[in-house]
Design a binder for this molecule. Structure first.
Ligand code: HEM
Length: 486
């Protein structure tokens, strides 16, 4: 393989042409922005140097985001040594594209992701590598075609309309819980045609807490010790994962039995059953495989989009000017003349607000890979076993690429809807998000439906910090009053 960075150690390749998005040119300065009453969401300040070993361990568990150093934020690449591990952090989009896409064969999925996610989702698309990953990706990918996305979009619309009809406007609500309820039903209905059945058996909060606790980094995870070694910080997660797994097993077994007897429902779960248990023998191995892959898709599909939608609402409620633009375009009802998959085109402000939110609050602020063979990245020698970390948080807050990077300015994304190649909210390369288009359609349809029905006002919920626990979440509940739009 001819890879530029490994061919010429220490030397940067010529960047792939990627023009600076037009929307960046002539943006107002920070002072103009502040005086115009723009919203600057709170975020941790970078630290000068990494703290002591024990503090690092504790912060890794509670909020690894608070360990971002100035060097990590400002340099395109820098080296960090921790617990005997060596990691090169990269925030330059070109370097990230190299490691995650062009040079992806030299890098493996990180063992940490596997260690964190496996207790919940076993051997699945998200945790596997090699042939098993390829197989799961192929089987799952069949359910993300334009045709399927059109079906899912109808589901998102119906579910959010129902949730709006059921919303009690007489008391304050917690925005995160409201949105999670919708998002969970969306994926459960889309992937296994059983939104209400699953919701009646598994509490959305339990599922979400299990994801949060399980994906938080325990010191034992960092040391990559075997699964049998207890992660003391995760005892509750294990209990929650057990509840979800017990229900999951019965649910999958019922579906396999039904699908052997009657005309099967066509959905992702049925695709898994057809692929991993074609004879409907219900072997332990096949049931486990189906269950793990389903849990992975429900977990990734529900949690990531729910958090993004919640942050988007939070940012819009803090930025009246952007909210007014979103409401103005919703008011024309132009989007209703199109199928929901195309609402993005009729709602540029809402779509740009979601993208700007993903820039400020990337669901996974750092993506990890480990090196399988020697390489050179950003002037650093990479040895087999080293980690290379795509520092998405730093990439998205680089002032050379994003003027006034800490300010919420959806208009950055108005002229270049995708944000150009500086912006990769769904990752790049063979392991990029399988649900990127699904997530964008869902976020636009749900938020358009909710914002067409209701006005929200935040109650004691300004200046909420992001904390990285599994995904980048609000540090405390976001409470709001609700009133119907007549
Ligand atoms: C705003 C919403 C979302 C964001 C920002 C997001 C982001 C990402 C990113 C950055 C990755 C790549 C991780 C890496 O390279 O290590 C990823 C992977 C993945 N995402 Fe998403 N995601 C979102 C929604 C979804 C949805 C809705 C689904 C399912 C319907 C989904 C399923 C997955 C899966 C299965 C993978 C693993 C793919 C693989 O390893 O082959 N995600 N996501």
């Amino acid at each position: 393989m001819n890879l530029r960075y490994s061919d010429q150690p220490g030397e940067r390749a010529a960047p792939i042409p990627c023009p600076v998005p037009q929307g960046h040119i002539g943006q107002p300065s920070v002072t103009d922005v502040e005086s115009a009453g723009r919203f600057r969401p709170s975020a941790p300040n970078p630290i000068e140097t990494l703290p002591s070993f024990l503090t690092v361990l504790s912060k890794m568990r509670k909020d690894p985001l608070s360990l971002q150093t100035r060097e990590m934020m400002e340099k395109p690449a820098c080296e960090v040594r921790l617990l005997g591990l060596r990691a090169v952090f990269i925030s330059d989009p070109e370097l990230i594209r190299y490691v995650f896409a062009r040079g992806a064969d030299n890098y493996g999925m990180d063992p940490l992701r596997r260690a964190l996610a496996r207790p919940m989702i076993g051997d699945s698309l998200i945790t596997n590598a090699g042939a098993e990953w390829k197989e799961a990706r192929r089987v799952t990918g069949r359910y993300f075609t334009a045709e399927w996305l059109a079906k899912y979009a109808q589901i998102f619309r119906a579910v959010s309309e129902r949730a709006c009809a059921d919303l009690d406007t007489s008391s304050k609500i917690e925005l995160g819980a409201f949105i999670k309820g919708i998002s969970f039903e969306n994926v459960a209905e889309a992937f296994c045609s059983a939104g209400s059945e699953i919701l009646s058996r598994v509490r959305t909060e339990d599922f979400s807490d299990a994801v949060e606790l399980q994906l938080s980094v325990d010191p034992v995870d960092l040391m990559n010790l075997p699964r049998g070694v207890p992660r003391l910080s995760k005892l509750k997660a294990i209990q929650l994962a057990h509840i979800c797994a017990e229900f999951g097993q019965t649910f999958v077994l019922n579906r396999i039995r039904r699908s052997a007897q009657s005309e099967p429902t066509d959905d992702l779960l049925e695709g898994f059953v057809r692929h991993w248990d074609p004879q409907r023998r219900q072997s332990k191995k096949a049931v486990r495989k189906i269950q793990d892959n389903l849990a992975g898709m429900l977990g990734a599909g529900f949690e990531m989009t729910a958090v993004t939608m919640t942050w988007t609402l939070y940012c819009l409620l803090n930025c009246p000017r952007s909210m007014a633009n979103v409401r103005a375009e919703l008011g024309t009802c132009d989007h209703l003349k199109r199928p929901p998959t195309e609402w993005q085109h009729a709602l540029p402000w809402l779509t740009a607000s979601i993208r700007e939110t993903m820039r400020l609050y990337p669901n996974v602020p750092c993506l990890l890979r480990y090196a399988k063979c020697p390489d050179s990245v950003g002037g650093f020698e990479i040895r087999p076993g080293d980690y290379v970390v795509a520092n998405v948080w730093a990439q998205n807050r680089n002032s050379n690429r994003w003027p006034d990077p800490e300010v919420f300015m959806p208009e950055r994304f108005l002229r270049r809807a995708d944000g150009g190649c500086d912006f990769q909210p769904f990752g790049v390369g063979p392991r990029a998000c399988i649900g990127g288009r699904f997530a964008m359609i869902e976020a636009v349809v749900v938020l358009a439906t909710v914002l067409s029905r209701f006005d929200f006002e935040l109650v004691d919920s300004h200046n909420i910090d992001p904390v990285w626990r599994g995904t980048l979440r609000p540090s405390r509940p976001i409470r709001a009053t609700v009133s119907s739009i007549v």
